[in-house]
Design a protein. Structure first.
Ligand code: MG
Length: 164
């Protein structure tokens, strides 16, 4: 007996000079990076919120407060690993994950497979279960003006008997 649980996540970070750009656990060559307390990986933050939403366990800010020095500069892959370890030990597995990155630049396509592989490794699934789409915002809004990058995620978890 098992049930499925849906989760949704969204995040946006400002693009600023003097920071590395890390998306989906992959460092991408670019003249700006995302500002934030951790590495500001906007895609992974949205994934973490989607997992926490699916299992009804708060949000990324309640687990990793941005005023806690323990999380300063931390790799978001490490945060994802912590959250996923918790979900998995509670009996959940990933059915599939679909995401969209909204960024005017840089181009996401050349890095898509590396991101899928990095996420699949942490989530313990084959990369085929992880989708990463990319859009520009046609010049509109903070993403369109190149001031920010945003990400949206939905995912489906399978809850095995004894959980949820
Ligand atoms: Mg964030």
């Amino acid at each position: 007996m098992h049930a499925v649980r849906i989760g949704q996540g969204w995040d946006r970070h400002r693009l600023v000079p003097g920071r590395k750009l890390v998306l989906g656990g992959v460092e991408i060559p670019f003249d700006k990076g995302l500002d934030g307390h951790s590495d500001a990986d906007v895609l992974i933050h949205a994934i973490i919120d989607a997992i926490l939403g699916a299992i009804g366990s708060g949000d990324i800010g309640s687990h990793f407060p941005d005023n806690d020095p323990a999380w300063k500069g931390v790799s978001s892959l490490d945060l994802l690993q912590r959250v996923w370890d918790g979900a998995r030990s509670a009996g959940y597995s990933l059915v599939n994950l679909d995401s969209t990155i909204i960024a005017e630049a840089p181009k996401i396509g050349p890095h898509r497979d590396a991101m899928r592989a990095a996420l699949a490794r942490v989530l313990g699934v084959e990369a085929a279960r992880i989708s990463i789409k990319a859009k520009t915002a046609e010049g509109c809004g903070p993403e369109g003006r190149g001031e920010a990058v945003a990400a949206e995620v939905v995912l489906l978890l399978s809850a095995h008997s004894g959980s949820g």
